[in-house]
Design a protein around this ligand. Structure first.
Ligand code: GLV
Ligand code: MN
Ligand code: MN
Length: 413
């Protein structure tokens, strides 16, 4: 199959998927357990079937297509990414990796490969954690890391829990642990993804061989003060939740900068209650997302945040609580699989570079326990998590050729 035909198939699938957004004309908004998610899953199901895969949806909302090998009980080779998006995100983050997985299955068939074990393509549910502030829901469930209590605990900003959202979507959250794959049943995991940063585009390099993914910790902090009149309450007689919270928030970026090694920390969400111009805020909620390839840096910043909250909230006279949303350590990806892809890139004359990933991925969750590799394609001007996100379809096609080569080697040895 020529690269033009592959490009055409990837383009056709991704162009079709673009329509499944809650914000037409303003980027992709495909939150988990919504109509848009269901429409995308239906399309992926059909596309996987057309590619010759046997398809089902699991208890966590992952869509799974299987190309059977000789020994269906042997550890499979799995490839996938997520079908959800952030709010007003792009048309490629996640979903392109699912489409690439289906394309790899097509190429394996066209190349006449007789796989010794199953090749499994997965569209993961709720990688982003956008709606519930969490992350890697579907991939975590596949590893047995999600349970009913987890589903009941995490809620979106409308107060709807994962548990209730799943029910409304037609899934039974009581069965979430059915999504777990038996230990040893996944041999390797492969993920193709857009880079979401500027390096490959700026350096005019076709493919990124990802050798590590940062660790991430995410918290929702709630600071409690007292609502009072903004005009009549003297400055030393108020319990101002905004005053205390912002004294902490204002330090977080500096603590990350101090590390000077790529560590990042972000407060992307702040909510004040009741949120009136002339009312001292009785409550502030804010998020913290800390990432680094060094886990000790993440722990250090999280500890500094706790210490600063203790200090500032005590000085204010209120209280606070921290809800831990995600704690995941950095992973090194499989050197063996990187080497196979690197050799193939050299042979085909594709330019490549080894690089780390600052974005989180299903590969981060799965890579904690299973040999995993990722392949990046360039993001125009590094833009992502916004509507202008763009990658050339021909770049995805090259990624599928390299990943087909890797899958072929793994499936036939
Ligand atoms: C997901 O895209 C993340 O890195 O937050
Ligand atoms: Mn993604
Ligand atoms: Mn994303």
């Amino acid at each position: 199959m020529g690269i033009e035909e592959i490009t055409g198939r990837v383009a056709r699938d991704l162009e079709h998927l673009k329509q499944f957004t809650a914000t037409p004309g303003d980027g992709c908004t495909r939150l988990p357990f919504t109509k848009e998610a269901r429409d995308a899953v239906n399309f992926l199901t059909e596309t996987m079937k057309e590619a010759g895969l046997t398809v089902h949806e699991d208890a966590a909302g992952n869509v799974i297509g299987v190309l059977e090998g000789e020994d269906t009980q042997a550890p499979c080779v799995m490839m996938g990414s997520h079908y959800d998006s952030v709010i007003n995100g792009g048309d490629f983050d996640g979903i392109a990796g699912v489409v690439c997985g289906i394309e790899v299955a097509r190429q394996l068939k066209e190349n006449g490969i007789k796989p010794k074990r199953n090749f499994v393509v997965v569209g993961f549910c709720d990688e982003e954690g956008m709606r519930f502030g969490t992350g890697y829901f579907g991939s975590g469930a596949m590893l047995g890391n999600r349970d009913v209590e987890y589903c009941k605990h995490y809620k979106d900003t409308d107060g709807i829990s994962i548990y209730d959202a799943m029910k409304g979507y037609g899934l039974d959250p009581e069965k979430i642990q059915d999504a777990k794959w038996p230990e040893g049943s996944i041999g390797q995991f492969l993920e193709a993804h857009i880079e979401q940063g500027p390096v490959l585009d700026a350096e005019n390099i076709e493919l990124g061989l990802v050798d590590c993914i940062v660790g991430i910790q995410r918290y929702m902090v709630t600071v409690h003060g007292r609502a009072d009149h903004a005009g009549t309450t003297p400055m030393d007689m108020r319990l101002d939740a905004v005053d205390a919270a912002t004294k902490v928030i204002s330090k977080i970026a500096d603590w990350a900068r101090e590390k000077a090694d790529g560590t990042v920390a972000t407060t992307g969400y702040i909510n004040t209650v009741p949120g009136g111009m002339n009312i001292v805020a009785e409550k502030v909620e804010f998020t913290v997302d800390i990432r680094s390839s060094k886990n000790e840096n993440i722990n250090d910043i999280a500890n500094r945040i706790r210490a600063a909250l203790d200090r500032e909230v005590k000085a204010m006279g209120g209280s606070y609580e921290i809800d831990t949303k995600l704690v995941i350590t950095p992973v090194a990806l499989s050197e063996e699989m990187l080497q196979i892809m690197e050799d193939d890139c050299k042979e085909r004359g594709y330019s490549y570079k080894r690089m780390p990933s600052g974005a989180g991925h299903d590969a981060l969750e799965i890579g904690q326990v299973i040999p995993t590799v990722m392949l990046f394609v360039p993001s125009k001007e590094g833009r992502s998590h916004c509507p202008v996100e763009f990658t050339k379809y021909s770049d995805f096609a090259k990624a599928t050729v390299i990943m087909t080569g890797l899958a072929e080697k793994l499936l036939t040895r």
